[in-house]
Design a protein around this ligand. Sequence first.
Ligand SMILES: Cc1cc2nc3c(=O)[nH]c(=O)nc-3n(C[C@H](O)[C@H](O)[C@H](O)COP(=O)(O)O)c2cc1C
Length: 303
Amino acid sequence: MTLDPRALRSAFGSFMTGVTVVTTRNAHGQPVGFTANSFTSVSLDPPLLLVCPGRFLSTHDTFAQCRHFAVNVLAEGQEDVSNTFASYKGDRFARVAHRIDALGNPLIDGALAQFSCTTERAMDAGDHSLLIGRVAAFHHAPGRGLGYAGGKYFSLGLERAALEQSGRGTICGAIIEHGGKVLLEQTPDGFRPPQITLPDRGRLRHDLAEALAARGLPVQVKSAYSIFDIGDMRFTYLLATTEAATTGPLTAIAPEDLPALSYTSPPIADMMTRFALEARTRSFGLYLGDGRRGDVHSPLERT
Ligand SMILES: Cc1cc2nc3c(=O)[nH]c(=O)nc-3n(C[C@H](O)[C@H](O)[C@H](O)COP(=O)(O)O)c2cc1C
């Protein structure tokens, strides 16, 4: 059986990981490094870790033959460092603050964890090599790591902080997709996504899914799409999908028709217009702000 390599790559990519930068020095003593999410801890005793440099790397042979290397686990907010070590073709280390460890490996400033290793083994493995390191020293700082899944960075902090802030009442709604259309509620004041009012936000996703199921609409709640405060109220809208056979009193609207509708409030109108735009590329940002002003965070900064 032949496997479709693109489908396989995307299936592998469904595994959520952190992001690391692997560094060493080449034969001329120059620092080299590449971004890697193939990092795995292997053993505590002896202390071993693994990372997989691809044969396609310009520095593959350096890593396959190195006697020592370091693995830097990137922190939330270090997307630029990751991008530099994934694609910048100039002097990557001139762009990124770092220091040199006792073995001579560059350690990236601000990384959550830095492992200085001697090479235990290096092996061929198809189009990659397996590089097993024995940890000689390490540093670990508190904080959250940068996440990576499905070819995109995500940051648990951004979404979590927004979802967890308390002290306000919450209106929580769902932008529900059904067969390529969006399900909206029609009220005397205009359209809006179906929504519920919650006393606390601890179990927002769960409570929203439960309330919609009770209305006969089983949904799969996905990522947060828009979070804004108006007065004492926090409005949180999450993306959702449903495969329900019937959708009750909700109206199904094609995404391209969303901007022309009349909505219950201007923030909802803005949100649905943005949704119509982003639905074209399926690249959904996260709006954080108040009813009038805020920022849309690109999917690269989040899930
Ligand atoms: C999030 C992320 C994870 C990556 N993981 C790996 C990896 O595990 N192994 C690898 O060889 N390349 C990986 N890459 C690709 C390399 O970082 C990239 O091909 C490399 O930096 C190119 O370096 P070069 O210009 O020196 O060839 C990853 C890239 C990204 C953005």
